[in-house]
Design a protein around this ligand. Sequence first.
Ligand code: PMP
Length: 441
Amino acid sequence: QPNYKYLVVGTDVSIPLSNGKYTKEINFDNAATTPPLTSVMKAVNDFAPWYSSIHRGTGYKSNLSSEIYDATRKTVADFVNMDRDYSTVIFVKNTTEAINKISNKLSQVIHNGIILSSFMEHHSNDLPWRKNFNMDYINLDHKGSLSLEDCEQKLKKYNGKVRLVTISGASNVTGYKTDIHAFAKLAHRYGAKILIDGAQLIPHSPIDMKPAYSNDHIDYLVFSGHKIYAPFGTGVLIGPKNVFKYGSPTQVGGGTVKIVTPKSVMWDDVPYKEEAGTPNIMGVVALNASLMEMNKLGMHNIENMELNLTEYTLNKLNSIKDVVIYGNENNCDNRIGIITFNIKGLHHSMVANILSKEAGISVRSGCFCAQPYVQKLLYLTKNDINKLQRNPRYPRPGMVRISFGLYNDYSEVDILIELIEKIVKNKSYYLKKYPSKHHEI
Ligand code: PMP
């Protein structure tokens, strides 16, 4: 396995442990956000002297900044094989803003339709739709991944009223990868469009939106730069130009117009009309640099490397008594490098705390902004959920999540596994050392 530590910033800094010693952090929390690539930092630094306002300035630097900003739309389009005649790239802040934007935009044109989301979604691909539409949710299959059969049943049931199927390309909880083209084909067959929340898919797997004429193409794709090593506050919304061409933008102000009189407004062309205010130029430069680096490394290579590491970790975790893995615990079919687990008898937040304090391992614990999904995976009853709603001191449900980046390696996994084995063997010692209000899961 190549050592890619040198590609990212921050792997060499030391952090304190509970015994007063220092260690290098082991970052297994890449699903939350990823460290910047060295090449991203270099691009941002190299660009800084040339940084200027875009689109409206006439100076040399302003023209250069505009060129780089707009050229990045092409980098993004090529990265996901977007059909450039049919679709447009709109820069936003992150995935959440992208989904809010498209939900608000579609609410201008869809009046009686239904939006079909799923029980596997991050709140960001659920709540923005609840706000504007009648919704239903695709069910999970027995393994906890998305059921294509249930999707078809729901599409049939609503008889042409489902206008959009909006689902994750990969789950941030179980790491399940969705067969996005199978869902796209199905949605199109029933007259619906498809949106893929690519927040977790983008850094781990190649994405092909396919040409607009193919029956399994992806209509909308959204993702965040900070999950693909470009943490400067840029997100991407890709969608059909036509959708944004008519009506007013979702946010209005400077940059969205051609002609304004005291009584009238003529909106600018797509995509500019949807990027109100001064855009995040530095963030776009960062995203451009990270996608270039990904192209150099090859998304297939990154995917294979991360899956080998995931398989290695799954095998080790599976052999530890009292470790419960959620989702597919046996193999790496249709998944990305995310593994979520609990240790029987220990609260997830406590396990996460021990990993950090004893070995400098960063993970995330809780429900990962996907509470309905976690509730299903944990088989919570209505009664459990009632108790949660009524009593703020009732132990919060959740899990511990390991999520890999391209720079993680086998020796880091060995340290994790060794510590988990120690925790399982010495539960009472750790319960005493890390007293927690919530020992029970
Ligand atoms: N969808 C998924 C699947 C995610 O994992 C995340 C981030 N955890 C989001 C959406 C939201 O991304 P952001 O916070 O960058 O808007």
